[in-house]
Design a protein around this ligand. Structure first.
Ligand SMILES: Nc1ncnc2c1ncn2[C@@H]1O[C@H](COP(=O)(O)OP(=O)(O)OP(=O)(O)O)[C@@H](O)[C@H]1O
Length: 352
């Protein structure tokens, strides 16, 4: 666990970047520091590995004040990932990843084996190992940055806007990859971003900071969206806070109709403008309008119980029938959520 205990950072010119910050980043969880530009996120992060020293207060790593640990020893247990990866341009990818193991005096072969294993783990083709950083895309470089930070298997990972220099699609896949890795590795991660959506997606806990370096709120994403502490947090979360909150509402309680999904070739129930045609395997084939039984229209699906109400709504909006198709983990149809059922679930979510 990382503990900030009344930590203040005053730069020599008098700027107070962080002001009596107290918070805990629990072991094995992702704690996100988020807030507007200049609110002290990077300063806070760098005080953990002592790239910057606190002016007042203490930072503790599993109860031990970091000020008492010499920086090289401290950093051996702390991986660090920054924006644009910060790779060494004249070293091959494999050697970039093996940087810390080399520094730790590992045998060259063992260090390289470890690097190759990590490249695969972060989703990179091992054939890239012999290239130089400039021969990789921005997203690939960022993956190398993550692999390098993990090389010596540090229990703590500090990540400073690691995905902000790549396009939105690559960014989403890097975020998904990080969540997948974290499910396996259970590192204690402190992640800095100015993007509230990224914070909500990645954080087990989210600390919202305001300019001046004070803590506005520390909460899990669901609580943050449903109960922002004050106007600053509400404003920072944005006007679509209500919609985003739906990503934490489960679909397990949705009422489903099974009569609207029919076997291949069969006709739909009387009086219904649409029915869902199934494939022989029970997967969705498409929505069929009542007056044009040969036509198949597009559909949207959500995995019942796993996906959120937001996904179900998205699925409904994708389809001209206005209904969302509920499937199981194998993609087989378990029922249909009509607009009425979604409306009732929305009304309940608004009350909750
Ligand atoms: N070396 C320094 N000397 C003086 N002031 C500094 C120094 N480094 C940072 N600051 C100031 O401290 C405050 C916090 O900076 P910091 O970089 O921690 O913020 P941040 O939240 O990470 O910002 P951004 O999102 O823009 O990267 C800012 O007002 C910044 O100008």
């Amino acid at each position: 666990m990382i503990t900030f205990d009344e930590v203040t950072k005053r730069y020599p010119d008098g700027t107070v970047a962080v002001d009596r910050l107290s918070l805990e980043a629990p072991t094995g969880e992702i704690t996100v520091l988020v807030g507007p530009s200049g609110c002290g996120k990077t300063t806070s992060l760098r005080m953990i590995n002592r790239m910057i020293d606190a002016s007042e207060g203490r930072i503790l790593l599993d109860g031990v004040p970091v000020e008492g640990i010499d920086p090289p020893t401290l950093r051996r247990g702390i991986g660090y990932v920054i924006q644009q990866a910060g790779l060494f341009p004249h070293r091959k990818i494999v050697d970039n990843v093996a940087t810390v193991p080399y520094l730790l005096g590992w045998d060259r072969r063992k260090a390289r084996d470890r690097a190759m294993e990590l490249l695969e783990r972060v989703g990179l083709d091992p054939s890239l190992a012999g290239r130089y950083p400039f021969q990789l895309s921005g997203g690939q470089q960022q993956r190398v940055g993550v692999a390098r930070a993990l090389a010596a298997d540090p229990p703590v990972l500090l990540m400073d806007e690691p995905f902000s220099a790549v396009d939105p699609i690559v960014r989403t896949s890097l975020q998904d990859e990080l969540l997948r890795l974290q499910a396996e590795l259970n590192k204690t991660i402190v992640f800095v971003t100015h993007d509230i959506d990224e914070a909500i997606k990645l954080g087990d806990r989210v600390a919202v900071l305001r300019v001046g370096g004070t803590l506005a709120q520390l909460a899990d994403p669901k609580t943050l969206l449903s109960r922002p502490a004050d106007d600053f947090v509400r404003e920072f979360l944005g006007h679509d806070r209500g919609i985003r909150r739906l990503q934490f509402v489960p679909t397990s309680g949705l009422e489903l109709r099974t009569d609207l999904a029919v076997a291949p070739g069969a006709s739909g129930p009387d009086g219904e403008p649409w029915h869902l045609a199934l494939t022989p395997e029970g997967r969705p084939a498409g929505w069929v309008p009542r007056d044009e039984p040969e036509r198949l229209e597009r559909y949207g699906t959500f995995v019942l119980g796993r996906d959120s109400l937001r996904s179900a709504l998205d699925a409904a909006l994708l389809s001209p029938s206005g209904c969302a198709v509920a499937v199981d983990g194998d993609g087989k149809v378990v029922g249909v959520a009509t607009r009425d059922a979604l409306d009732r679930a929305l009304a309940e979510a608004a009350d909750g």
